[in-house]
Structure formats: structure tokens, C-alpha cells
Design a protein around this ligand. Structure first.
Ligand SMILES: Cc1ncc(COP(=O)(O)O)c(C=O)c1O
Length: 498
């Protein structure tokens, strides 16, 4: 199996240029489109060249790609872009990720769910039956809020984690990424403050930036967000005249830290949110991927009136359907639906029915258990090899689920500066700075164990440890050596240095 960095991850998509892949995908789609002329039920044609085709208009004669690309050295429109695009992060390591896409590189950088265990024959049957039985309905426009059938399915899925909700309060979205976008759209004006974990999900940080919200990171330890720090920072922002719009948190197996909030911390956070009258956006795409036990109660179940809860089928089924959701108090939900209508008219109807039918016709809980076993093997491979290989002074989190380990290198090492050397040594990771809005994270990196095989993970960690050791040697030799006094250690459930 190869590690495909550039088409990988929703979160890495923010770091990686989509251009070439998108153009190729569009080309491939055009190439497989069935011929329309003639028959009412056309059979798919194989790709034919434009000179062979007799059903084309003169306009369709294909120019070469070189002729169609409008690729100037100066952007004529640079003065016209909205301010909100200026805060979007481009990646200093984008070119490297293109190289890291090569199969010989072990990528511990992506966050792409590993869906190789998905029963594709079952999914194929679901789709075939759906089109056969309800084709005209499932390929129409639908409700801006999402179809009742999937909203009911979503409520059953949420109930597994103790979230009991009415389908009327659910808004279906195009992945939970769009839910994040809609929530930010309805709440944030430029300059408004969003509180976020340190570190936080890069896709959310980009969304907040695109609405020109200011992110204030709240301190964390191995039990999750520090409620005391939250109180101090919210109060300070309010005293400074800022409008604090919400706290964004990923309580379960966070991306990127792998940390899960302890039960006590969840209660304390819910209590603090009530006291501060603070809206909480609880993002929970990894909650069902608990590798070591049962899920802990959600913040939504503790303080329903001030939580907007986001969920997704991307990690427990398949990301390609792009079905996620927001569960929100009634007035918020009304605005979310209006925002959804203005953004997309309605979320993709076909995908919603496909997921709803899959939930009904397949033992999806058993399927999640299959995913869990597969991810546990990978997580264990990563933690074991980190413990065996990492140089002294390195610390890392011990996730109880999800996809990610957050690693803190010995003092003096910089993960962005080190990445070219790592890629040369055929291993890739995501530098920690991607997960902060304020430039922190140089000493950190996110390692993902979700996609490569356990053997490749061990190989990748071995290579990474070698790169770090060589960096440390160089620094020591040239007198800028890091302090490596502390022993390398596994910090258990989380780092104490975030
Ligand atoms: C924490 C978190 N939230 C949201 C998303 C978006 O996922 P999707 O839009 O596929 O539901 C991701 C994807 O990686 C994520 O890690």
C-alpha cells in the first residue's frame, strides 16, 4: 500500500495545492462520461480521441492542456481579493509534500481514513439498489436541512455516544468541515474571538481565518483544556472589548494531539461554559473510534443548551460521501439551515440516501469495530516503535483513539526546518506550526498512524528517529546543542508541555 500524501487528508488539503490533481480528476470524469446521443439508456463508451468522435460540436475539439492553462507570472486580480482570503495559510512545505507523495516515502503526515476494510461489494449493492428503487428521488434537489431519513439515522448514531436528539435539531452538512464553516459564518464577524485548543485542527483554524476571526489558544494538559486558563482568557478578551463567539474543542482523540478530555475535565468545562455564558462547538469526528474502551460522555450531553455538536461519517464510514452534521439548539439550527441554503441550496441528496441506506442495511457498528481493531494495531505499532527508537528528551502523547500522536522533540530541534531532511530520508510528518494560529509548534510534529501498515509505521519511526539523532549530533558538534538531559519518555495519555 502506498502513502498518498497529496490526495490524503481533509486537513492536509489545506496545506497542499489541489491544482494538478483536480485537473486530472476533472479529465478522468469527462473521460468516463457515457455517450448521450442516440439511445435513451446509453451504454458507457470507452475513451475515444476527438478525431474518432462524430457527435462533437466544433467547440469541443480538445486543445492541448498547454493551450488551455492560463498561467501568468503576475496575478492581475491581486488587488481585488477579499481580506478574508489573506489569513488563509499557504504551506511553506507544499513542495515537499509533492515529493513525499512518492511510494518510497513513509508518510506519517496524512490523516486519510483507512477504508480498505470497507465491504465495497456491500456498498456497491446499496448504491445499485438505491438508484434502481428510488433513482428519481435520490438524484433530485432536497431539503436545505437535509433529508429526514438521514437525520433519523444520525440521531441513532449519536445515541451510541449518549447524545439523545431530535432529528429536527440536526442540519446535514457536506462533511463536518462544512458544519464548521456554517457555524463560523453565522457567528463570526471580522475581529471576533474564537477560543481553541493548543494545538488545534488546521482545517478549523483555516475556517476561522477565512472569516477573519481571531483565534486565542487555550492551555491544555494531558486531560484536555484547562478550564481555569479558559476563564482567564475569555475574561481578558471581554475586558479588551472583544466579542468571544465560541470555544472550539475536539474532546475525543483530538486532531492533532490525540488527547481526550478526562471525565472530570468535561464536567469542569461544561460548568465553566455555563458560568461564562460561552457557546461551545464540540467537534467529534473520532468519538466512535475508541481503541481502549467505551466513549466518555459528550459535552453536548452535559450542557445541551450551549453546545453545537458536530459529527461526521468520514471516519466511521467513508469520507467520499461528504456527509456530516451539526446538532444545535433550535434558534441556531434555523440560522444554520439558512446559511446552508445560501451555500449549497441543499447538501448532496444522493450521498445522504446512500449513507442512510448503508446504516439501515449493514451492521455498521460491527464495521466500526473492524476499523477499531485495524487502527489499534497501527497505534500500538507506532507507540511501541516510538518507545524503542526516539532519542532522549523526546515526548509524545498516548492516544486512546483516533488517528494521531503529537510529538515534542528535544529542545533546539525545529520540525519545519527538519522536514526537508526527513523527506530526503524517506519519511514525512506534519510540522506542529500548522496547528497553531500564532506560530507556535516549532518543536512539535503530528504523526498519524491511520494509513500506513504497521510495518511501514515502524520503518517510518525508525527513519524519523535517525533524522532526529543526526540533527542532534549536528547541533552538538556546532555548539548549538539542545539540552538533552531528560530521558525519553512516554507521557501516557498526553503531553504536559502543550
Ligand atoms: C477534528 C476534525 N474536524 C473536522 C474534520 C472534517 O472532516 P469531514 O469534513 O470529512 O467530516 C476533520 C477531518 O480530518 C477533523 O480531523
Amino acid at each position: 500500500m502506498t502513502d498518498r500524501l497529496s490526495q490524503t487528508t481533509p486537513d492536509l488539503a489545506h496545506l497542499i495545492a489541489p491544482a494538478a490533481g483536480a485537473a486530472e480528476a476533472a479529465g478522468a470524469a469527462a473521460a468516463t462520461e457515457p455517450a448521450r446521443a442516440g439511445s435513451q439508456h446509453p451504454t458507457p463508451t470507452t475513451l475515444s480521441t476527438s478525431s474518432e468522435r462524430t457527435d462533437m460540436t466544433p467547440h469541443e475539439q480538445q486543445p492541448t492542456r498547454h493551450q488551455t492553462r492560463i498561467d501568468t507570472t503576475f496575478d492581475h486580480f491581486h488587488r481585488l481579493y477579499a481580506n478574508r482570503t489573506l489569513g488563509l495559510k499557504t504551506s511553506p512545505v507544499r513542495a515537499l509534500f509533492a515529493v513525499a507523495n512518492r511510494p518510497e516515502v513513509v508518510s506519517l503526515a496524512g490523516g486519510m481514513p483507512n477504508i480498505s476494510d470497507l465491504p465495497l461489494d456491500v456498498v456497491g449493492d446499496v448504491l445499485k439498489d438505491l438508484v434502481g428503487a428510488r433513482g428519481a428521488q435520490v438524484m433530485q434537489y432536497g431539503s436545505g436541512q437535509g433529508e429526514p431519513e438521514i437525520r433519523e439515522g444520525i440521531c441513532q448514531v449519536m445515541a451510541v455516544e449518549g447524545v439523545h436528539a431530535d432529528p429536527d435539531d440536526v442540519t446535514v452538512t457536506c462533511g463536518s468541515q462544512q458544519a464548521l464553516d456554517l457555524v463560523t459564518r453565522i457567528f463570526c464577524d471580522p475581529g471576533d474571538v474564537v477560543m481553541a485548543e493548543s494545538p488545534s485542527y488546521v482545517g478549523a483554524l483555516n475556517t476561522f481565518a477565512s472569516y477573519e476571526a481571531q483565534v486565542v489558544h487555550v492551555g491544555m494538559d494531558e486531560e484536555g483544556i484547562d478550564p481555569e486558563d479558559l476563564r482567564v482568557k475569555v475574561s481578558a478578551a471581554r475586558r479588551a472589548g472583544k466579542r468571544v463567539k465560541f470555544l472550539y474543542t475536539i474532546p475525543n482523540h483530538s486532531n492533532p494531539s490525540g488527547i481526550s478530555q478526562s471525565l472530570e475535565r468535561r464536567h469542569a468545562l461544561a460548568e465553566e461554559a455555563r458560568r461564562l455564558d460561552l457557546l461551545v462547538v464540540e467537534d467529534n469526528p473520532y468519538g466512535l473510534l475508541n481503541l481502549d474502551g467505551d466513549p466518555l460522555p459528550t459535552l453536548r450531553s452535559m450542557t445541551p443548551e450551549n453546545v453545537v455538536y458536530l459529527g461526521s461519517f468520514s471516519k466511521t464510514f467513508a469520507p467520499g460521501f461528504r456527509v456530516g452534521w451539526a446538532l444545535a439548539p433550535t434558534f441556531v439550527r434555523e440560522r444554520l439551515v439558512l446559511a446552508q441554503e445560501s451555500a449549497t441550496l441543499c447538501p448532496p441528496v444522493f450521498s445522504q440516501f446512500a449513507v442512510a441506506t448503508y446504516l439501515r442495511s449493514w451492521d455498521w457498528r460491527k464495521q466500526v469495530r473492524v476499523f477499531i481493531d485495524m487502527y489499534r494495531q497501527r497505534r500500538d505499532a507506532m507507540l511501541e516503535s516510538l518507545a524503542e527508537q526516539m532519542p532522549e528528551g523526546t515526548t509524545w502523547t498516548h492516544p486512546s483513539g483516533g488517528f494521531f500522536v503529537w510529538l515534542t522533540m528535544p529542545d533546539g530541534l525545529d520540525s519545519t526546518a527538519m522536514l526537508p531532511r526527513a523527506v530526503t530520508e524517506l519519511v514525512a510528518y506534519t510540522p506542529g506550526t500548522a496547528f497553531y494560529a500564532d506560530g507556535r509548534g516549532q518543536q512539535n510534529m503530528r504523526l498519524s498512524y491511520c494509513y500506513p501498515t504497521p510495518e511501514r509505521i515502524r520503518l517510518g519511526v525508525d527513519r524519523l528517529a535517525g533524522v532526529m539523532r543526526r540533527e542532534l549530533d549536528i547541533r552538538e558538534t556546532f555548539g548549538v546543542g539542545p539540552s538533552v538531559g531528560s530521558r525519553s519518555r512516554d507521557l501516557g495519555p498526553g503531553p504536559n508541555s502543550l
